[in-house]
Write a protein that binds this ligand. Structure first.
Ligand SMILES: NC(=O)C1=CN([C@@H]2O[C@H](COP(=O)(O)OP(=O)(O)OC[C@H]3O[C@@H](n4cnc5c(N)ncnc54)[C@H](OP(=O)(O)O)[C@@H]3O)[C@@H](O)[C@H]2O)[C@@H](O)CC1
Ligand SMILES: Nc1ncnc2c1ncn2[C@@H]1O[C@H](COP(=O)(O)OP(=O)(O)O)[C@@H](O)[C@H]1O
Ligand SMILES: [K+]
Length: 483
């Protein structure tokens, strides 16, 4: 499992390690790793044109020492300083190895550019001349290798406020930084290579982990299984007018491995679901009939909200589901209802999973949507703590938080998922995994992984419809070992 640490943890670990090592050791380890990756990317190091973009801090120092190593192997290395200060020992080493100082125009013809403008010390939008150098590096036909973090990307959050380097490869040191995994920063990194500088023993538990195939462990049927033991998921979705969300959520559950799907709603939604998913066992209720929900039969997890509406009838059903002692996933309209009835959450004894997009989370937290999108990690953590739930924040990087646990980042998504109805599929899928007995955080992470994988398989470079994601769920499950 790949993992990441925030900057303060990295600095503390570095300080602990530095205290035991001769001065400069860590920077030399970082530079050696960076130079080795650069050398592996060049057809030939000897004679290659390498430009170093050198900021005023130690990130620039790393780039200078990596440049020294490449110069010693015969590369023509030019340093372009951006700060009022340039790491003096690093610059001296580069010059002694045959490197020289140059200007920004040399970026245009470089075979390889090393971005050493800012690393974990960067903050806010890049100022000039840093920004202009980043812009120019983004236009060069040569390779761009970011040192530690692409400059302009906030290492903790992935936030990009102005110009940011778009790297082909990012060579990061000691541990990953969360911003390398979270968009928009993640999209600037290219391939991420981790260089071991010996930090491991000094590092605390990670702040963020990335779900890998080995972490996705959905319940599988065995000889003892029957439909009840595999898990019955109850879905409360759709209304008089909106029936599509109900169909999609039910489809996600049917193909998500539920032993049985119970669908509970008003007559028009039940009619449509029954036609599309004869596998579902349906119950017709009057609008807002909480007793009807309770009488639908035993379930091991509820999904409530897609297409439900946001009025009093919907609120009664959300309250009824949250009043049970089984896991409940609240999505879509259910979240809008919850924003007005936050009192429904604290009394729960069973797990609650909330699956908002940024707009829905903004309503839940009384926050600004743009602020949530800019600082997704911070907000998803805050939501999990304040709402006492597992919170899955949807969007171009799906993040999943539960209090006291590392935030999970989902790596499988694709921007083709940005189409109406795909979120409804996700809710049914996670509901099925909850009903199958998975813990809330694991179910949400596994659901996001399988959903993103299904979308990739279904899209294959072309637009997809939400229904295609359902159709590709079996193929997504098959990508996991052991299924
Ligand atoms: N610690 C260690 O042991 C190890 C650390 N290592 C390396 O050190 C890096 C951290 O070095 P660091 O702390 O010196 O910070 P760094 O990333 O160079 O940034 C500071 C510079 O950026 C500038 N700057 C900032 N924001 C800016 C903006 N918006 N726009 C423009 N400029 C801006 C800021 O300017 P100032 O604010 O001073 O004017 C200052 O000059 C780390 O990422 C890794 O590469 C490795 O060698 C392994 C061992
Ligand atoms: N730019 C994007 N890149 C990757 N995935 C995205 C992007 N935008 C949205 N998604 C994903 O698409 C789905 C949309 O869900 P949602 O917003 O609830 O839509 P709906 O309510 O129409 O079903 C979520 O899984 C979300 O993570
Ligand atoms: K950098």
């Amino acid at each position: 499992m790949r993992y990441a640490h925030e900057v303060d943890k990295v600095r503390a670990a570095e300080a602990a390690l530095l205290a035991r090592l001769p001065e400069g050791t860590l920077m030399q380890r970082a530079a050696a790793g960076l130079a080795a990756v650069c050398a592996s990317l060049l057809p030939r190091v000897y004679g290659a044109d390498v430009v170093l973009l050198v900021g005023g801090g130690d990130n620039g120092g790393d780039a200078l020492y990596a440049g020294e190593r490449l110069a010693r192997r015969g590369a023509r290395v030019v340093a372009v300083p951006a700060g009022s200060r340039t790491h003096p020992a690093g610059l001296a080493a580069l010059l002694a190895a045959g490197g020289r100082l140059g200007d920004a125009a040399e970026i245009d013809t470089a075979d390889l550019v090393i971005d050493g403008l800012t690393g974990i010390g960067g903050g806010g939008a890049l100022r000039e001349p840093y920004a202009a150098l980043a812009r120019r590096a983004n236009e060069t036909p040569g390779l761009v290798v970011a040192c530690d973090v692409p400059s302009g990307v906030d290492a903790n959050s992935g936030r990009v406020e102005g110009e940011a380097v778009r790297a082909d490869v990012t060579v990061t040191f000691g541990t990953h930084k969360p911003g390398l995994f979270i968009d928009p920063g993640a999209a600037r990194c290219g391939v991420v290579e981790l260089v071991d500088i010996g930090l491991g023993p000094e590092l605390p538990d990670p702040d963020v982990t990335v779900t890998g195939p080995d972490d996705v462990d959905p319940p599988l049927p065995g000889p003892e299984s029957d439909k009840y033991r595999r898990g019955v998921v109850g879905i409360v979705a759709g209304g008089e007018q909106f029936t599509g969300a109900a169909v999609l959520s039910t489809g996600g559950a049917v193909h998500g491995g539920a032993g049985m799907v119970r669908f509970v709603s008003v007559a028009p939604a039940v009619a449509v679901v029954r036609r599309r998913w004869p596998e579902a066992v349906t119950t017709v209720i009057e609008p807002g009939d909480a007793a009807g929900l309770a009488a639908a039969g035993r379930v091991q997890a509820w999904v409530v909200g897609p297409g439900l509406g946001t009025g009093d009838a919907a609120a009664a059903l959300v309250a009824a589901a949250l009043g049970t002692d089984v896991p409940v996933l609240v999505d879509a309209d259910g979240l809008t209802v919850l924003a007005r009835h936050r009192d429904l959450l604290p009394g729960r004894t069973a797990p609650t999973v909330l699956t908002p997009h940024a707009g829905e989370l903004a309503r839940l937290l009384d926050a600004d949507r743009a602020d949530i999108e800019a600082r997704r990690l911070e907000h998803v953590r805050r939501a999990a703590a304040e709402l006492r739930a597992t919170v899955l924040l949807k969007g171009s990087t799906t993040l999943i938080a539960a209090a006291g646990r590392p935030v999970r980042v989902n790596p499988t998504g694709t921007s083709w998922l940005a189409t109406a109805g795909t979120g409804d599929v996700l809710s049914g899928l996670i509901g099925a995994l909850l009903a199958g007995g998975m813990a809330a955080l694991d179910a949400a992470a596994a659901g996001a992984y399988l959903h993103g994988m299904a979308a990739r398989l279904a899209a294959d470079g072309a637009p997809l419809a939400a229904g295609d994601v359902i159709g590709a769920l079996p193929a997504a499950f098959r990508t996991l070992a052991g299924t």
